[in-house]
Design a protein around this ligand. Structure first.
Ligand code: AMP
Ligand code: MG
Length: 326
């Protein structure tokens, strides 16, 4: 069991930095709700976020930045997105923009998407990110399915056994998550209502916000096509067929693995956290091998295995079909 410390924000920057540099996750106050923060460039840290939350699914996380130059080193801003960032940052607005391929964000944080959700928070988080010099992935600091925490004590009551530090800055001023917005074909799409009212965004942008819901807030993860590689994906493979690539897991190989067009092992030792960090990049690499089919060895349905299997079953689903909500 982890010993969880609560430190006032005034004393917490150095210990927080040390933990983040070591790839740990900690809870930090932001103006919206408490965030479960980890270095967005470190796959193990990002895997720990999903693990601590007990999320059954890898949905893309918001990357928090310290300033505009950090934001521009990660995302490509069209003029309208830049205007909104200038008007509302720091603050409770998240903008989804194109991801720079060389941004260094770990693919587990973006769920392998070519876009990224960016936000510049106010307060303790802003100073922490500037001192770290790297963006923080930080979903709400609560177990999956529970409501967001707006006080340090609420975080400790929920996640205290899983994280080493909660930074306390009292109750969060906004108390609800950020508004998520995406500029699409020159128009504005509201992906999640939140701390900045859509009307305020419309006033600054000088155009209407499309509030029409297309599926769930977690929309990117809901569409098979967002996740699907070019190759077909075959799950629970006990053997490798002709011309297939193999996504392996653990020490025991599928039959005819030596005939695979390419093999990558998510974790030789069968470690699910390591497997999670390799998942998106290995799928991409095997897709690039030219194989028509990627066979995937069975992955246990425990801990992060549930989210890994969720992601893989989306990749294996028939293309262009929306998946049922889960
Ligand atoms: P949180 O759990 O507060 O970090 O919220 C993350 C939210 O941002 C989820 O609902 C995601 O679906 C959404 N999100 C993150 N990245 C993207 C993206 N690239 N495109 C669309 N939505 C995103
Ligand atoms: Mg949440």
């Amino acid at each position: 069991m982890t010993i969880c410390e609560i430190l006032p924000a005034t004393d917490a920057q150095d210990p927080a930095l040390a933990l983040l540099r070591a790839g740990q996750v900690i809870a930090i106050p932001t103006e919206t709700v408490y965030g479960l923060a980890g270095d967005a460039t470190n796959g193990v840290a990002v895997a720990r976020i999903f693990e601590a939350k007990g999320r059954p699914r890898f949905n893309p996380l918001i990357a928090h930045v310290a300033d505009m130059s950090m934001a521009e080193s990660i995302g490509i801003f069209d003029p309208l997105s830049r205007k909104l960032a200038e008007a509302f940052w720091p603050g409770p607005l998240t903008l989804v923009v194109a991801l720079r391929p060389d941004a260094g964000i770990h693919p587990l944080a973006t769920a392998g998407l070519s876009t990224i959700a960016l936000r510049m928070p106010r307060g303790f988080g802003a100073g922490l990110i500037a001192a770290l010099g790297r963006p923080l992935a930080a979903p709400s600091a609560n177990s999956s399915g529970k409501i967001s925490a707006t006080s340090a004590e609420a975080v400790r009551a929920d996640l205290g056994e899983k994280i080493p530090l909660v930074v306390d800055a009292g109750s969060t001023p906004v108390g609800l998550e950020s508004t998520i917005l995406k500029v699409e074909d020159g128009g504005l799409r509201l992906l999640r209502p939140g701390g900045v009212p859509a009307e305020e965004i419309e006033r600054v942008a000088g155009r209407p916000v499309d509030r029409h819901r297309r599926g769930n807030v977690e929309s990117p993860g809901m569409l098979a096509s967002h996740y699907a590689p070019g190759a077909a994906v075959r799950l629970c493979a006990g053997e490798v067929g002709p011309g297939e690539a193999l996504l392996a897991f653990g020490p025991i190989r599928a039959k005819d693995a030596d005939k695979a067009l390419a093999i990558l092992n998510l974790s030789d030792g069968g470690d699910l956290r390591e497997a999670a960090t390799n998942l998106f990049s290995y799928l991409k690499a095997l897709d690039a091998s030219g194989a028509k089919v990627i066979a995937v060895e069975p992955i246990p349905m425990q801990g992060l295995g549930e989210a890994i299997n969720d992601r893989l079953s989306r990749a294996a689903a028939p293309r262009d079909m929306p998946l049922a909500r889960s």
